[in-house]
Design a protein around this ligand. Structure first.
Ligand SMILES: Cc1ncc(COP(=O)(O)O)c(C=O)c1O
Length: 414
């Protein structure tokens, strides 16, 4: 018998309809279930609670803005002060000079915006045949139309009929595979290449040394737009604002979401390099006919600004830098466990423990996730691994609790 009307994303509702895990409140790095029991939020919810939970400063900024102007659209010539202030601030923080900011309500919408803008850019530049969009095997770019089509996790594409044509995948860790695809399709037909700096939902894969620099170079050699999908990697997760700075990258576009508000309200967007914006901004009549109702929502923008204040004031970007090694070391303690195939991490406050093929076949990933939750720590099954990405305010001692829960949980596996 069904006990809920809520259809959970990515869930087997046959199981979940009668056994869900209800989170009722949160504070700092801790979340509480409906029986009042607390858990360490080892995943910062879905990779986004960078500043941690219960920040009244963000709540008050949003409430104050709601009293003044809760919402108004920014289509055509309409604007509002928080949307303007947020765009100016993000443009200032971005690694590309004089960038423009297109605001959305989440990461998937940011991906659709960037992919459509890439195609439209080439059309405006007199090369309308440049429509192919390349991305990496195992990539995750959300579940909107474009994001589904350019994603590299095959299960997320099955059974949806024909997806957006002229998209293709290359090997996730081999820059030469991108070069070969470009040569096969013809650079003159390729609009853009999308890549997550650290691959997240595909199983948490930091880039191979030199990989990101190499693909950025290949794109620039072929005049192809390089789009960094920093939806996870931005706002401190890998120690910088847009998740690309540590590799010295200056992408043509950067998609962002999640940590921009630490999740207090839904927001995403695209940082657009000056030369990509140029045909639309410097010539009359060239309209990007795209945008969602809540783009530039003033209350959401006010929450984002308050969140950026916290990230800056508490130096949470360098905190992620300081903590990436302790987190990696905490996970490496289980590297020799017989159920563990690999431990990944060391790039930002992100890590994963991959199980052996034998354990995966026996269904251990789901079981272990639940066992670790029973031990008081939230972790997430992704690909062949359990991933962690705690709030940036976590301490080294609390990171130790994540390592301990992994060790104890693994020992319960047969
Ligand atoms: C790299 C990446 N891109 C895009 C998205 C989609 O974002 P959203 O779920 O806000 O649509 C996600 C979501 O996890 C993501 O990890």
């Amino acid at each position: 018998m069904s006990s809920t009307a809520l259809w959970h994303p990515f869930a087997d509702m046959f199981e979940v309809k009668s056994s869900s895990f209800c989170v009722t409140r949160a504070e700092g790095i801790w979340i509480y279930d409906d029986s009042g029991r607390r858990y360490l939020d080892g995943t910062a919810s879905l990779w986004y609670a960078n500043a941690g939970h219960g920040r009244t400063e963000i709540v008050e900024a949003a409430a104050a803005q709601m009293r003044e102007l809760e919402s108004y659209f920014v289509f055509n010539d309409y604007t509002n002060p928080p949307a303007e202030a947020l765009a100016a601030r993000l443009a200032e923080l971005a690694p590309m000079p004089n960038a423009k900011i297109f605001l959305t309500t989440g990461g998937g919408e940011a991906i659709d915006s960037a992919a459509k803008l890439a195609r439209q850019y080439w059309s405006q530049r007199g090369q309308p045949q440049r429509t192919h969009i390349l991305s990496r095997g195992n990539a995750y770019h959300g579940t909107n139309g474009m994001g589904t089509s350019i994603g590299g996790i095959e299960a997320n594409q099955a059974g949806f009929g024909q997806l957006v044509p002229e998209t293709g995948r290359v090997a996730h860790d081999d820059a030469e595979s991108l070069r070969e695809a470009i040569e096969r399709i013809g650079a003159e037909n390729v609009a853009a290449f999308f890549a997550e700096p650290v691959m997240g939902a595909g199983g948490l894969y930091p880039p191979e040394p030199g990989y990101l620099e190499a693909v950025a170079k290949i794109c620039s050699e072929h005049g192809i737009l390089f789009v960094a999908d920093s939806v996870i990697c931005g706002f401190g997760r890998v120690g910088s604002w847009f998740g690309v700075e540590r590799w010295g990258l200056q992408p043509d576009m950067i998609t962002f979401a999640k940590g921009v508000t630490s999740g207090y309200l839904p927001l995403g967007g695209v940082v657009v390099a000056e030369h990509v914006a140029e045909p639309f901004w410097n010539e009359p009549g060239r309209v990007f006919r795209h945008g969602a109702t809540y783009s530039g929502h003033p209350t959401v923008a006010a929450a984002a600004l308050a969140n950026l204040d916290i990230l800056e004031r508490e130096k949470l970007l360098s905190r992620a830098d300081e903590l990436e090694r302790p987190l990696h070391e905490a996970l490496l303690q289980v590297a020799d466990h017989p159920a563990v195939a690999e431990v990944r991490g060391g790039v930002g406050l992100l890590g994963a423990v991959e199980l052996t093929a034998e354990q995966l076949q026996a269904g251990a990933l789901g079981t272990l996730q639940k066992t670790i939750r029973e031990l008081g720590v939230i972790v997430r099954p992704l690909g062949k691994a359990l991933a962690v990405s705690p709030p940036l305010i976590i301490t080294e001692e609390e990171i130790g609790l994540i390592g301990k829960a992994f060790a104890e949980g693994l020992d319960t596996l047969a």
